[in-house]
Write a protein that binds this ligand. Structure first.
Ligand SMILES: CC(C)(COP(=O)(O)OP(=O)(O)OC[C@H]1O[C@@H](n2cnc3c(N)ncnc32)[C@H](O)[C@@H]1OP(=O)(O)O)[C@@H](O)C(=O)NCCC(=O)NCCS
Length: 181
């Protein structure tokens, strides 16, 4: 498989194209035990489409849907950040179990930061980067975010599935973001 990933913003699609993507999202699968770390992909995509502050994306690689993620504005404290508005929240992030371990999660997390930076420029909003929380029992998540340039900002004890780490990646300065804005 080609190792590029593309983020398809569901709320920019025509209804027919969106329905096709949602059909593919419904076929995504987690490995046993991974539902401790993330919700049902279709439900998250639909919740993303229903809420204005959320931007749900399908992660595509090699011409097929391999995962989902959502960027949300005004909600960074849900990941243990100090305020809601200075970072995008990355949530609902998963790669289909059959596609895991190929580097796609790391690439998609980095692509999410680029997409968020573009959104902030386009909207003129104050986010300086992307924040998320990841369970301490989730080595694949921790490693994927680390590889994508996220930095550990410490423990976060919110949420219902045990201790988390708050991880943040700052946007590149505007003048070094060639091709992003
Ligand atoms: C977390 C997740 C998105 C990572 O996606 P992925 O495509 O498998 O990640 P990558 O292939 O890019 O691997 C990233 C790193 O994780 C490591 N990794 C992958 N699976 C692992 C595992 N089961 N245990 C330990 N490390 C693992 C890889 O070796 C790689 O490390 P490296 O950069 O040091 O080589 C994917 O495992 C997933 O969807 N998990 C279930 C949902 C979830 O946990 N989402 C995150 C919620 S915060």
């Amino acid at each position: 498989m080609d190792t590029s990933v593309w983020l398809i913003p569901l709320d920019d699609l025509e209804p027919d194209a969106c329905a096709i993507q949602l059909g593919a999202v419904a076929c995504l699968e987690l490995a046993p035990g991974q539902d401790d770390f993330v919700g049902d992909p279709l439900r998250m995509a639909l919740a993303g489409l229903a809420e204005q502050a959320r931007r749900p994306y399908v992660i595509e690689a090699g011409g097929q849907a391999v995962g989902v993620l959502t960027l949300q504005s005004g909600a960074a404290r849900l990941a243990g950040w100090t305020d809601d508005d200075s970072a995008w929240l990355l949530r609902g992030f998963l790669i289909d179990r059959r596609q895991q371990g190929k580097g796609l999660g790391s690439l998609a997390a980095a692509a999410a930061v680029e997409a968020a930076a573009k959104l902030s420029v386009r909207r003129g909003t104050p986010e300086a980067g992307v924040v998320l929380s990841v369970n301490e029992r989730n080595p694949a998540g921790l490693a994927a975010y680390h590889r994508a340039g996220f930095v550990d900002y410490g423990a976060y004890l919110g949420g219902s599935s045990g201790p988390q780490r708050t991880m943040f990646r700052r946007f590149l300065p505007v003048n070094s973001r060639k091709g992003i804005a």
